[in-house]
Design a protein around this ligand. Structure first.
Ligand code: MN
Ligand code: MN
Length: 310
């Protein structure tokens, strides 16, 4: 039987890497040969979590068709967020918690998506349904992914199931949920060692909204002062990305993970759309986004509505 490569989206977050590790383990327990890989280097937060649970960072790949015929996608399905040569391999599995857009296959496949806090939450349910024990280190990275995606169970994407799953994973991982969660989120919010390019691009995702190319990045911080002192530098990186890639809009969502509030920086010709979507003025390329923490649930849907009405 041929080997699977399992990977999350480009610019991987902790859920992209954690769910690749967890689902690769799932496939192995189901008798397949499998390897978790990543479409980019782990963030500081992901590195913190991998290190905490003594896991190796997955190998970074640029292409997959040179290695395998079959792949499993986790934490994404949109082709523009996936590996460059996705069209050259067969997707046998998708496990995800995002909207489905632009994804199609020639053959039937296993596809599981749930509107739940993290892809690792979905995989936890699969382990439970199949009576597969979760090793401590894998429970640890799955818990980290769930904490990361839900900002320690406070994002509106968090479901009652996620809360139960977090408790169960914390028990297996042998950590205190709140204590470990805050420690990990603080690692994600240390921006002092990151360049403007890294802050703008590290978590950015591309979306096609009614045919318009929109790029949305997100940065976690504790307090806005330090990052807004770097606003000019961040905006010039964003303008350059817009020019080079012909994005209609680049929105960088800066989220205070303790206050659960955001500020947006805006570049590109479609900036009036941001005002319409969020009901606040864009002043000096900046917009207040009070109460907004989730790109998936609070940023992409209002932008989609405005683009759909154009
Ligand atoms: Mn993700
Ligand atoms: Mn996710």
């Amino acid at each position: 039987m041929s080997k699977y490569l399992v990977f999350g989206h480009q610019n991987p977050d902790t859920d992209a890497i954690g769910s690749a590790i967890a689902f690769s383990y799932y496939l192995e327990r189901k008798g397949h040969e499998s390897e978790a890989v990543a479409l980019g280097e782990p963030s500081a937060e992901t590195a913190f979590a991998l290190n905490h649970f003594s896991l190796d960072s997955p190998r970074v790949v640029e292409t997959v068709a040179n290695e395998v015929d079959r792949v499993a996608l986790v934490d994404h399905n949109e082709p523009q967020q996936s590996v460059a040569d996705l069209a050259e391999v067969t997707v046998d599995y998708v496990v995800d918690h995002h909207r489905i857009n632009g994804f199609n296959t020639a053959n039937p496949l296993f596809y599981r998506a749930e509107p739940i806090g993290s892809t690792c939450s979905v995989i936890y349910k699969m382990f439970a349904e199949q009576n597969i024990d979760i090793p401590q280190s894998i429970a640890g990275i799955m818990l980290s992914a769930l904490i990361s995606d839900t900002l320690l169970l406070k994002s509106p994407t968090t479901t009652a199931e996620d809360k139960d799953i977090a408790e169960a994973l914390a028990k297996i991982a042998n950590v205190d949920l709140q204590e470990y969660g805050l420690e990990m989120l603080k690692a994600s919010a240390d921006i002092s060692q990151q360049t403007d390019e890294e802050l703008v691009n590290a978590d950015a995702k591309s979306f096609s909204l009614n045919g318009h190319d929109v790029r949305i990045g997100q940065v976690n911080v504790i307090g806005f002062d330090e990052i807004l002192a770097r606003k000019e530098g961040l905006l010039s990186v964003m303008e350059e990305e817009v020019q080079n890639n012909e994005f209609n809009l680049f929105l960088l969502v800066i989220t205070d993970i303790l206050e659960n509030d955001s500020v947006g920086l805006v570049a590109g010709i479609n900036r009036p759309i941001v005002t319409t979507a969020f009901g606040n003025e864009v002043i000096d390329s900046q917009i207040a986004l009070p109460g907004i923490v989730s790109r998936k649930k609070q940023v992409v849907p209002p932008l989609t509505d405005v683009y759909d009405a154009l």
